[in-house]
Design a protein around this ligand. Structure first.
Ligand code: SAH
Ligand code: AVI
Length: 326
């Protein structure tokens, strides 16, 4: 059994500088906002795993069922030697792909990339015990910044981007991400993309506002990250969780709502931020996609769609696309 490699492309100092810049920009904007990647410290990653088990949160189990049904066809259509996964988290669902590629006999290497070092280390520990013959090469990195540093040159790659995480990027970020990904792929290399679909608000909203309050804790966790990392003094419990369906943009917006007027000091950034009672700060968008929009965004980035699979209730889609030859 070989020990997993861990490549740190996003150092703590780099992450702190990026968080400072995002906090300064987002907390001084009108309306205030913060990017969702900062949810995921060790506790945030654990809370996300708890979310995936909630009765209301259908995306993970729907995507898992889709993978379960189609992984062998995906592996057959691919023949990749390296599976790269962006925003891999616990890599739990990915095991279905690893098993199918192993059955197909092509896979030699798995490269999970995530901003959350604790989640990545935990995933690598578990995988190295269960997949002793697979080369594991973890990358602590940001998929909005480090795509050009993904390992290459060791056989054909498939890039998996699962969970619907592409929906957490804003439209401009999403387009830049897909174009950037396309530009680092060789002809014939593939993308396996998971997207949550536009469905009825009565199913969507509870998935982001569960009865047990786990999503609320996940949402408030970004304030705990700011308190710990930037010496902020947010009274975390003075912010309420709110999820809203924005029908015009076809996305869920998660917000934190100040329950009273507050003055917050973010000492490491030298910022003093005032919240009015009832003021709302956006902490995440989670876009849902119609199939035609998935096709359009992939085509605009220069991908060629090979196959799309959906579940019987049309709640989620898995799309296999490739980088065309010259
Ligand atoms: N793919 C897994 C996890 C989804 S949760 C699944 O489908 O269940 C989103 C994951 O993306 C988290 O593990 C988070 O740490 C990671 N993430 C969020 N923003 C990121 C970024 N900009 N770069 C790399 N990873 C990111
Ligand atoms: C990671 N991402 C796809 C999740 C989502 O559904 O947008 C994050 C999440 N936010 C609230 N619950 C889960």
């Amino acid at each position: 059994m070989s020990l997993p490699l861990l490549d740190i492309q996003l150092t703590d100092a780099d992450a702190d500088a990026a968080l400072r810049a995002d906090a300064r920009a987002g907390l001084t904007a009108v309306p205030k906002h913060l990017p969702p990647k900062w949810f995921y410290d060790a506790r945030g990653s654990e809370l996300f795993e708890l979310i995936t088990e909630l009765p209301e949160y259908y995306p993970t189990r729907t995507e898992r069922a889709l993978l379960h049904r189609h992984v062998d066809e995906i592996a057959r259509r691919s023949g990749a030697e390296t599976l790269v996964e962006l925003g891999s988290g616990s890599s739990a669902k990915t095991r279905l792909l690893l098993d199918a590629f192993t059955r197909a006999g092509t896979l030699r290497r798995y490269v999970p990339q995530d901003v959350s070092e604790p989640a990545l280390r935990q995933a690598l520990d578990a995988l190295s015990a269960d997949y002793p013959r697979l080369q594991l090469h973890g990358v602590v990195g940001d998929f909005t910044r480090h795509l050009d540093r993904l390992p290459r040159g060791t056989g054909r790659r498939m890039i998996a981007f699962l969970g619907g995480t592409i929906g957490n990027l804003l439209p401009d970020e999403r387009a830049a991400f897909l174009a950037g990904l396309r530009s680092v792929l060789e002809p014939g290399e593939q993308l396996l993309l998971g997207t949550a679909s536009v469905i009825d608000e009565s199913v969507l909203l509870p998935a982001y506002d569960d009865a047990a309050g786990v999503t609320a804790e996940f949402n408030r966790n970004v304030l705990r990250v700011l308190n710990r990392t930037l010496g902020a003094d947010f009274d975390v419990d003075a912010f309420a969780h709110r999820a809203v369906w924005d029908a015009a943009h076809e996305w869920i917006e998660m917000r934190l709502v100040a329950q009273r007027a507050m003055r917050v000091r973010v000492s490491e950034v030298g910022l003093t931020v005032d919240f009015a009672a009832g003021e709302q700060m956006c902490t995440e968008v989670s876009a849902k996609f119609r199939i035609e929009v998935v096709r359009e965004m992939l085509a605009a980035a220069g991908f060629s769609v090979q196959r799309i699979w959906t579940d019987p209730d049309d709640r989620f889609a898995l799309t296999l696309a490739s980088a065309p030859g010259p």
